[in-house]
Design a binder for this molecule. Sequence first.
Ligand code: MSP
Length: 730
Amino acid sequence: MKTFYVTTPIYYANSLPHLGHLYTMIVADTIARHKRQQGIETFFLTGTDEHGINIERAAQRNGRTPKEQADYVVSYFKKMTSEFSLDTEHGGYDIFMRTSEPFHYQGVSELWRHIARAKTPKGNDAIYKGHYEGWFCAACAEYKTEDEYANPAKAGDPPTCLIHETLLDRISEDSYFFRLADYADALLDLYKSRPDFVQPESRKNEVRSFVAGGLQDLSVSRLRTSVSWGVPVPDDPEHTMYVWFEALTNYITAIGYGNEERERAVGFEKFWPALHLVGKDILRFHAVYWPAFLLAAGVEQPRAIVAHGMWLDPVGKKMSKTLGNTVELDVLNRYFPIDAIRYFCLREMVFGQDGRFGYEALIDRTNSDLASGLGNLSSRTLTMIARYCNGRVPSGFIPEDKLLLAKRAGLDTEETAISGFLEHARDQFLQHLEVFAFSKALETAWSVVARVDKMISDAKPWDLAKDENQKQTLNAVLYRAAETLRWLCVLLFPVMPKATTEIWNQLGLGNSADAPTPGRIDPAKLIWGELREDTTIGEVKPLFPRIDKAKTMKEINEQGQRIDAAGNSDQASSTADAQSPLASGSAGESTPTPSIVEQSASGGSGQHATEADAGAVGVTSFIDITDFTKVDLRVGEVLTAERIPKADKLLLLTVDIGEEKPRQILAGIAQFYSPEQLLGRKIAVVANLKPRKLRGHESQGMLLAASVGEEGKPVIATFTEDVPNGARLK
Ligand code: MSP
């Protein structure tokens, strides 16, 4: 039997779940259900990442042991997965993996030992002992290089993480290193030989250029005296494994790597390799470090690593606990059917790209696509079958002598017109699903809804029912609508398991215990006409009641979920957070502050953004006006902009600031702005910054931008009115 293994990232056990976490689970769950429909034995993993300094600190803050801290967060994740039908009981995940499980310790130690014995492609030891000296962001659980942090305003202070805007930890200690640098060529070969290894294409290119730019060895342990909550390094318990080394390994320990009991219960041999679904912010760990570890250990590579975009709030800020603009799951759950949320997430977000979340959009989609769309098609079809056909599915056959009448009633008498359309739509739907184009797949399914709706409206069954001569036409219309609904149930089951099962039952297809359910039918094998005439339909019940937009928005707003159209989110907590000491103190309550895009700023892409409890950011000390006047800020116009080879984060600009010669300025914004977007743009420039060289180019100033979200996405400051080049900002 064919097998399939899909994973979500495992979530940090330091803060409570929100829409960003829910999203990947919905995607994974949809894929898993679809595979199961195809008769493929599927294993779906989700879980929590429970070790490391960040969890240790969260535990300390909350007066818990790290394990208690993890248990606490896990209880919320489990509550979420149950409420959103994502757990085993509801046909969702197969394992909720926790890295604090003893079998994980065992498996990770096994992997470490393998790597420790291995030689790199260049013949060196894959792991060696050295000394680490540098900066570490606890929230990212990542060591930071010079272009990944902002230097402090005051000499002697630690720098700040560009993503979290929190202070970095200085690390100076003995450490084991993984000789990542030796794996660059092997990784590039891997990306080349397996074009689908990293998806989508645009992300693969980012990963490839990161690797092509050269890799540094990776510190993979911390002294136990610095980080004690973690897996000890085999044969050297004074060291704790680096949390990412260990967390990534969960994907194999969960299914039996390094542990016979798990191997028997699940089967590494049986299920590996996995399809890893990840947010784009953690792609580097999955597409660079993880494959390198596996290469070193001689373990087969994952099937693919597929990165999705981020959920943003209505003004485009990444949703995160740190910014306080998350969508609380309790609120979602209270006001919206689970299937509407699942549908919305997959329909609204173009997979791979960022998507904005707004309650109004969710209400609109629920009302238009579900209440008036699928729900209405189902209830009008079934109600008419109940009324005009005594509650039994009629025959779709139109005898020869009635064909003309049927045509006159506006019906296409060729049944293949509709069955062919449906088959084509099904094929397209499946092709889209295969490449994670959920939004397109659903668009295709809704073209079917529209087509059948139109057939009904054109043929007007309510008029046909008044004419005994049109009985067969009426029957044919209703049969076609009901058969289409049956197909839609099967196609849409992975996305909306509850609603489709409900329609299935209302169609009378779930009557006997051994009747197949939509979750067990392979959509590719659907055959038109298999809906049996005379099937007794079930009780017709509305599926998606219309949501009163004004009332619901008012209630949501009153409950403190205030993400208004202007994107001003306030910090009112959900019930869960209100009870949670995690939300107290300095935990995650920062406001994005305007910042300067440093000449060397990385822009933060490919970095790791977490929901970690970052400290609050605010004004800590004031300057007087004379300090401010030291900064010469000028209006500039971008004359040229180009990328710099091998520096994927930098753009080289020439900017006219009213001087004789334009300035050359390097800006770390290449991952967020294309050169074309900048041409002719009026910007604000720090004109009296000491010139410095970056990647061989001199930068003669700096442009201003807001730093938005955890990723520190730069948004360039600009002018809405006409201003001359060189005008001073004061
Ligand atoms: N523990 C690591 C993952 C280890 S996997 C071996 C981690 N945890 S996390 O809790 O910070 O994030 C988990 C996932 O949630 C990431 O894939 C991240 O992209 C995703 N999301 C967090 N906020 C998000 C949005 N606003 N939108 C979409 N997904 C986001 O990283």
